[in-house]
Design a protein around this ligand. Structure first.
Ligand code: NAI
Ligand code: 15L
Length: 265
């Protein structure tokens, strides 16, 4: 593709995708509210608040695909979540509608279903059970994307990312981990697919210990290659045996279930 937009490009996942997706488009347009550093020859850098509709329209114009990683990524005050994850998402979808409906990868989250227990195995037909306002904002994002698909045919991959990082850092992530390599390949499959639609996809590697079933998305041809199980011995040695009563090991959303509703002041 000619121009791929990555929002949230200054964040943890954005920085990882910036290098890994560089060869997937002629030009990467990288955006964030925070500093993006120096532009590489094939990069365009755009500082932009997702809550600013006009800026988001300019950002999306001329893009052939969008990887939407920008926004508040953990539990926070509602006002912050509202600007970045609710208003920001609406701005992005209105901009996409005005500028040719580029296909979108939306970084949704396992926190849409965080209140399921880890001994429950679910698929994408399971009702949402968000574990906080952050999780609710991702439920909103999925619903908004679905609306724009039904009404206007806008295609989006709703990737409910588990834990996408270099390696798992606790025993919960033996189930929820997705490697950077697998996420990169998922994004490539999404943009290559002749027909995408608006599927929910669980963003996890081929972990032995899984809670989520991705069989409905086989048509995308995505075959994750990594497996968190290889890190179990290392985690056992560094963390000891997990406490089976701790929220981290009871709920799919882990400790997020214990977050308070943060006051605005
Ligand atoms: P992060 O917090 O490191 O990055 C998010 C980026 O969005 C930051 O650079 C931040 O400056 C930017 N941002 C926040 N508010 C903004 C606004 N109003 N306008 C423009 N940019 C704004 O988060 P991370 O880990 O890189 O995650 C990326 C995305 O993936 C997030 O949407 C997160 O919810 C989602 N996700 C990540 C998971 C993970 O394991 N890393 C798991 C599940 C979902
Ligand atoms: C998320 O949604 C967060 O953005 C990320 O920071 C991780 O905490 C991840 O979920 C997780 O559940 O491990």
């Amino acid at each position: 593709m000619k121009r791929l937009l990555i929002t949230g490009a200054a964040g943890a996942l954005g920085r990882a995708m910036r290098t890994r997706l560089a060869s997937h488009a002629d030009i990467l347009r990288l955006s964030d509210i925070s500093d993006l550093g120096e532009a590489q020859p094939n990069e365009e850098l755009v500082r932009c608040d997702l809550g600013d509709a006009e800026a988001v329209h300019r950002l999306v114009e001329g893009c052939d695909g969008i990887v939407h990683l920008g926004g508040i990524s953990v539990e926070d005050k509602f006002s912050k979540i509202m600007n970045a994850n609710l208003l920001g998402l609406y701005n992005l979808y209105e901009a996409a509608r005005a500028h040719g409906q580029p296909r979108i990868v939306f970084a949704s989250s396992n926190h849409t279903v965080g209140f399921y227990r880890q001994d429950q195995h679910i698929d994408v037909t399971a009702p949402m059970r968000p574990d906080g306002l952050y999780g609710v904002s991702k439920c909103f994002g999925e619903a908004l994307a679905r609306l724009y698909f039904e009404k206007f045919g806008q295609e989006t991959a709703l990737v409910r990312i588990g834990s996408c990082m270099e390696k798992p850092t606790n025993h919960r992530m033996l189930s929820s981990w997705m490697s950077y390599r697998d996420f990169t390949q998922l994004i490539a499959c999404v943009f290559r697919a002749p027909m995408l639609g608006c599927p929910v996809i669980w963003g996890i590697s081929d972990n032995d210990s899984k809670w989520w079933d991705n069989s409905h998305a086989a048509y995308l041809g995505w075959k994750p290659q990594d497996n968190a199980e290889g890190f179990r011995a290392e985690l056992d040695a560094s963390l000891g045996r997990p406490d089976p009563k701790a929220a981290l090991h009871v709920y799919q959303g882990g400790n997020f279930v214990n977050d308070p509703i943060f006051p605005e002041s």
